[in-house]
Design a protein around this ligand. Sequence first.
Ligand SMILES: [Cu+2]
Length: 129
Amino acid sequence: MKSTIISILIAIVLIGGAVFLVKGKNDANPGEVKNNVTVVDGKQIIEIDVKGGYSPKVTTAKADMPTVIKMKTSGTFDCSSALTIPSISYQKNLPQSGVTDIEVPAQKVGTNLQGICSMGMYNFSVNFI
Ligand SMILES: [Cu+2]
């Protein structure tokens, strides 16, 4: 009888642990919306994490404003560090760790700026509204 109760308790703990793990994974979803746009001295700063892809994948930013995209790498050894932004003729290999500023001239309303890795595997976009 006592061992039955103990095994039920163990089962509850295991299920609880599994639920916790799954929930934790969802919280780290790179597609999640997060506040990565700030305005400093009339310049718009967009921060994007680069590692195994780009995060966040979609950013909404203000049009008609000079913009800097800060690409942040940290131990990034995959091809997401080989970045291309075709619409502004940008192409660069980002350092394995560090922050790279990309100057983007003011964009028109409705512009969708796309960044892609050298192989076209990973991408991100900035919608200017
Ligand atoms: Cu790639």
